[in-house]
Structure formats: C-alpha cells, structure tokens
Design a protein around this ligand. Structure first.
Ligand code: ATP
Length: 360
C-alpha cells in the first residue's frame, strides 16, 4: 500500500479559492507556506466503509497517484505531493491557470484549422506519451483538456483528471463501463476488452466537435447517443462542415473506427497529412479552412450550462444522501434514494458514468 504524507496539508499550504469541483471533492488553490509557490490541491473524499456509496476507494486514488507519478510530460498535469488523513487524500498538483481549451477557443472570433491543429498536436503528444507507457486515460473530453496560460503566445495544453486511467500489464484484459456517453467508444458500451485505442476514439469525437460545433453521436437522450455510437451512425453534414477541409474529415474517419486495431494511434495521427502536411497544397488548405465558430460557441455554451446543471444536481443528491446517512437509514431507503428520477430516466448512461471496472 502506498504511503502518503500523514501530516496536515494546512501545516504546509494555505488553502485558497475553489478552482473546480469533481464527483468526489473540490480542487482548491494551495499556497506553499515556505516559499509562496502556488499549486492546486485535489481533495478527494475517501469511502468510509465498503457499503458506503460516498467517496472514492483508497486503492483508486492510489492508482491515480501511481499513474501521475509515472507521467512526466509537458502536456500532462504534474503531481507534486500527496497528503492523507482519515477522511481524504489531497493531491498537490501544478496549478493550471488558463482554463479549458474549449472556453479559450469559444472566446475567439475566428479560428483556422491550423490553429486548432496546434492544440491537437499537443493533445496527441501527451496522449502518445501515456500510451507509450501502456497507460490509457479513459476519460478524454473537453473538461479534461486545459491550458496552462491562456495569455501566452503559444498556450500549452495540460491533460488532467486521471481518475479513470489504467495501466495495462502485459497480456491483461481490462473491461470497464466508465466514461461520459458522448465520448466513449463502442467497446466500452459493449463491455468488451479495452485498450489505449479507446482514447483515440475520444480524440476523434473531440476533433469532430472542435471543427463543427456538433457532437457526432449526440441523441435526444443518452440511450440514443449510446445506440448511435454502437451503430456507428454519424456523418459530415454539409450544413456544419462547409468550412472543413476534406483531409480533416479523413483524419476523423480514421479515428472513429469500430475495430480498435484499425484506429490510428497517437503516433500515426501526428504523421497524418492533416497534422503534418506533405505538400504545400495540403498546408494551404489547413489555413484556408476554419472552425465553425458560430456553432462551436453554441455547443460550448450548452456544454457549460449542462455542467452547472449536473453540479447542482449532484450537490442536491449528496446532501440528501448525507441527511439520510445521519439518520442511519436502512439499506432499503438508501436504495430508493439512489434510484431517483434522473437515474431511472437515463439508466444506461448512469451505468456508464459509475466508476465500475473489472480487470482480469
Ligand atoms: P470528475 O468528477 O469530472 O471526474 P474529478 O473529481 O476527478 O472530476 P478533476 O477533473 O481532476 O476532478 O477536477 C475537477 C475540476 O477542477 C476540473 O474540471 C477543473 O476545472 C478544475 N481543476 C482540476 N485540476 C486543476 C488544476 N491543476 N488547476 C486548476 N484547476 C483545476
């Protein structure tokens, strides 16, 4: 079992403003008492008992820490220190000041494919590095792609949230029902063995959205979305893709491939002519083509709205669960609390979002 520092994090850092929230805790600014360097602290609540539904199992946080320790790359968030108390573990990580890549892009008037490729290249380099270490992220989505400093001339991409990441051992078969419906690959939904190629599907979806402002498989409900993914039902509607180059579409098509072994790897992506043009004509096409900004802004606004809605919903649910726990309710009551409206309405999706996994 990994040993983390048992001292109180507050003896070493001053806890500052909230930077963000996740399913299992908050991310807050941390100022080092000695020296004044500012970091970010991810406060992860630990599960108190096997039967509890709140918090994260210690072994899962250990896995996230172990993975972060082995990933030192400019495009991947860096882990600095880890503290542990009875109730929570605090991951002290580099502070990322630039916000999410999608918010940065949505604030612009016009973005050419060239500019989008600059960011994509960095994502591919970070992902390629983790894949070279047999580590898959399994939750690549816009919320987990941030920028170190949005005012820099060339803002640096930082991939965050390794809470679902997994390191493959030789010959290991790993299945998981984790992820976010819009971005998950068919093998996740079908509960088939996963691989690092599962991340490459998500990169295909992210690129599709980045260029068009629509999500390739998005349905009216999460069930519909999951069905479209399994059926590979997507196209390049001219209404949204009129400004997109053919070579960019080719890039996406080589990622949204059902067979994992046929999908482009991160290394192959970096050599694709859309990313690394072979001719002047290909290079010129990239700078003439641009992101569908009007639609991208709409997509991003809807995404942000949904994120805050989900957060309010999660808080309400947490409060209810905590109230119930205080009253030491029977299992029966807890179960009925779990199956509240949103869960029953979007059953397959709620199943997908749960951090369930099996390894054999
Ligand atoms: P989720 O529930 O989405 O899996 P999580 O509990 O694993 O989330 P993170 O995704 O790591 O937590 O962080 C939650 C949010 O906090 C992020 O979306 C981001 O806005 C913010 N955040 C995370 N890490 C940093 C950082 N190093 N610097 C600044 N903000 C951060």
């Amino acid at each position: 079992m990994a040993q983390f520092k048992l001292q109180n994090v507050e003896d070493f850092y001053e806890i500052g403003e909230i930077l963000g929230s996740g399913h299992f805790g908050q991310v807050r600014e941390l100022k080092e008492r000695a020296g004044g360097t500012v970091w970010a602290g991810k406060f992860v609540k630990l599960r108190r008992s096997v039967s509890s539904r709140l918090g994260v199992e210690r072994k899962n946080v250990e896995r996230e820490v172990e993975i972060l320790q082995s990933l030192q790359h400019v495009n991947i968030i860096a882990l600095h220190d880890v503290f542990e108390s009875r109730a929570e573990i605090v991951l002290v990580v580099e502070l990322i000041r630039g916000g999410e890549l999608f918010d940065f892009i949505a604030a612009k008037e016009n973005v050419t494919e060239n500019e989008a490729i600059d960011f994509l290249k960095q994502i591919l380099k970070g992902v390629g590095f983790m894949h070279s270490k047999q580590i898959a992220h399994f939750d690549l989505k816009p919320e987990n792609i941030m920028l170190s400093d949005k005012n820099a001339e060339h803002p640096e991409i930082k991939i965050i949230d390794f809470g679902l990441a997994h390191r493959f051992n030789a010959g290991e078969e790993y299945k998981s029902l984790c992820g976010t419906p819009q971005y998950i690959a068919p093998e996740v939904i079908n509960y088939e063995p996963l691989s690092v190629a599962t991340d490459m599907w998500s990169i295909g979806v992210i690129t599709y959205i980045l260029l068009s402002g629509i999500s390739p498989f998005q349905g009216e409900t999460d069930e519909e979305t999951l069905r479209s993914i399994v059926d590979m039902k997507y196209d390049f509607d001219e209404h949204y893709f009129s400004q997109t180059s053919d070579i960019a579409k080719d890039f996406i098509e080589k990622l949204l491939v059902k067979d994992q072994s046929e999908r482009m790897t991160a290394e192959e992506c970096l050599l694709h002519p859309w990313i690394k043009p072979l001719t002047r004509k290909q290079a010129a096409n990239r700078s003439r083509s641009s992101i569908n900004m009007k639609n991208f802004k709409k997509f991003n606004a809807r995404r942000k709205w949904k994120m805050s809605y989900n957060m309010v919903w999660a808080c309400n649910r947490l409060c209810r669960l905590q109230l119930l726990c205080k009253k030491t309710v029977e299992d029966e009551e807890l179960r009925s609390c779990e199956s509240d409206q949103e869960d029953t309405e979007t059953k397959p999706a709620s199943l997908i979002r749960r951090r369930l996994s099996s390894s054999s």
